[in-house]
Design a protein around this ligand. Structure first.
Ligand SMILES: Nc1ncnc2c1ncn2[C@@H]1O[C@H](COP(=O)(O)OP(=O)(O)OP(=O)(O)O)[C@@H](O)[C@H]1O
Length: 276
């Protein structure tokens, strides 16, 4: 069995009186592709932010380890977080690129953790590093856009540039927070394919929060589902039938069953044929 790369034990996080996460526990093993599923407001982003140490848990809010090392416990982020973050690539819904900088420069920030600070700030990277960045862009089909400003890219292209950045970073674990939420259906599938390729070809472990069951089923073998901040399902994505989702989510299930840009639901063979 592959080693555990991520472990969350009884993770809780409140904002004022609102409990966004309620004792969520999960373990992710190397090489897994895990979809984090849940309706809007169920706690997916909060969990991802806690898992990468961008958000602290409540003071009595459990413990998170990455690669067998403490990432945070009892609301305190580990002093070793910088070293851990080098191994964790994070992809956000809102691309997080600097629009006025070139695509290449944005991708090179994936090296910021290993480059001296002056170099990261000035954007003057060694030729060998530039070659690596071009390779990463080439791998995701964006080499022709390497020297364009990031702001001139489409949403799908920007998200693929963010993928190139984690590729260059050499992340072992990728946490992607609704990376396709603002994309059209075609870009959605392209981005999801490329995330799956990172997993298949570069061996990265992938945890990706998604809003739609069809995407989770197509691209991830395991689903962790949240409802109102609590973990309500952790198992094979194939087990998520519409009936079971109805049971888990009640009326909110309809929101999760429809893939963006289609009228199809998860059990609809037309949709599956289209996606194939
Ligand atoms: N910084 C914050 N301050 C106050 N409340 C917050 C904060 N961050 C999240 N919340 C609340 O915590 C709950 C979970 O939010 P979260 O963003 O994690 O959900 P989500 O499942 O990612 O939702 P979506 O799919 O809409 O992005 C929501 O009720 C949200 O309003």
């Amino acid at each position: 069995m592959n080693p555990t790369v991520l472990s969350a034990q009884a993770v809780s996080r409140s904002f004022g009186k609102h409990q966004a996460l309620r004792k969520v526990s999960l373990e992710v093993r190397r090489g897994e592709r895990v979809a984090l599923l849940g309706a809007s407001g169920s706690g997916k982003s909060t969990l991802i932010r806690c898992l990468c140490g961008l958000e602290s848990t409540d003071a009595d809010g459990g413990r998170i380890e990455a690669f067998g090392q403490l990432l945070q416990a009892k609301g305190r982020i580990s002093p070793e977080i910088r070293a851990l973050r080098r191994r964790i690539g994070v992809i956000f819904q809102q691309f997080n690129l600097v629009g006025r900088l070139s695509v290449m420069h944005n991708v090179m920030t994936g090296l910021a953790a290993e480059a001296p600070l002056w170099r990261a700030l000035s954007g003057r990277y060694a030729e060998a590093d530039q070659a690596r960045a071009l390779d990463a862009l080439d791998a995701i089909g964006l080499a022709p856009q390497a020297f364009q400003r990031a702001s001139t890219l489409s949403g799908g292209q920007q998200q693929r540039a963010a993928i190139a950045r984690v590729l260059l970073q050499g992340a072992e674990l990728v946490l992607a927070d609704e990376p396709v939420a603002s994309l059209d259906p075609q870009s959605t599938h392209r981005v999801m394919e490329q995330l799956a390729a990172l997993n298949r070809e570069a061996g990265m472990t992938l945890v990706v929060s998604l809003h739609h069951v069809a995407l989770a089923q197509r691209y991830c073998e395991r689903v962790v589902a949240l409802r109102d901040g609590a973990l309500v399902f952790d198992g094979p994505s194939s087990a998520l039938t519409p009936g079971f989702l109805q049971h888990l989510y009640g009326t909110a299930a309809a929101d999760l069953l429809h893939e963006p840009g289609t009228d199809a639901s998860v059990n609809d063979s037309r949709h599956l044929a289209l996606a194939a």
